[in-house]
Design a protein around this ligand. Structure first.
Ligand SMILES: O=C1C[C@@](O)(C(=O)O)C[C@@H](O)[C@@H]1O
Length: 151
């Protein structure tokens, strides 16, 4: 289980555990009236199994690819194979956080080109923004001209 509590508070905000994050997202989903299932893993194979198992039955995905952001091609591919929209979520703003921390280049995401959209930099609220936006877009038949390409 990813150890969110051990991470830099400036970048990742006040949420101290994956359980607390999932509780926050679940309670917002309940307010919106949508069903969600949360999962987190440090093992890419488990993430792939989850996406493959759920793909047919869900309307879409939110994903924070975390450590897979740059090289997680198998996970990006699994999401695209479901043909369901997904929103890429990050606590931090990828365009600047590595520069701020270590002076290195901004992080490039492999997922962004396939995502319906991205929400980042808003700490834990990125997840809530992403869930709201995905829900509204799913209810909007005119969004992107209907069922646009997800690849
Ligand atoms: O693990 C993470 C977390 C992250 O995805 C975020 O949510 O800000 C950003 C990634 O660069 C990093 O590897």
């Amino acid at each position: 289980m990813p150890s969110l509590g051990a991470r830099d508070k400036v970048l990742y905000g006040p949420i101290r555990s994956i359980g607390d994050l999932h509780d926050l997202v679940r309670s917002f989903a309940a307010e919106l009236g949508v069903e969600i299932e949360c999962m987190a893993s440090n093992h890419e194979g488990e993430i792939l199994d989850f996406i493959h198992a759920r793909g047919a039955g869900v309307d879409g995905f939110l994903i924070n690819p975390a450590g897979l952001t740059t090289y997680g091609e198998a996970t990006r591919h699994a999401l695209s194979d479901t043909a369901k929209p997904f929103v890429e979520v990050h606590f931090s703003n990828l365009a600047r956080h590595l520069e701020a921390v270590s002076g290195t280049r901004p992080l490039e995401s492999r997922f962004s080109k396939s995502a319906r959209g991205m929400v980042m930099g808003m700490r834990q609220y990125s997840y809530l923004g992403a869930l709201l936006a995905l829900t509204l877009s799913l209810d909007d038949e005119t969004f992107l001209g209907g069922d646009g390409p997800t690849q």
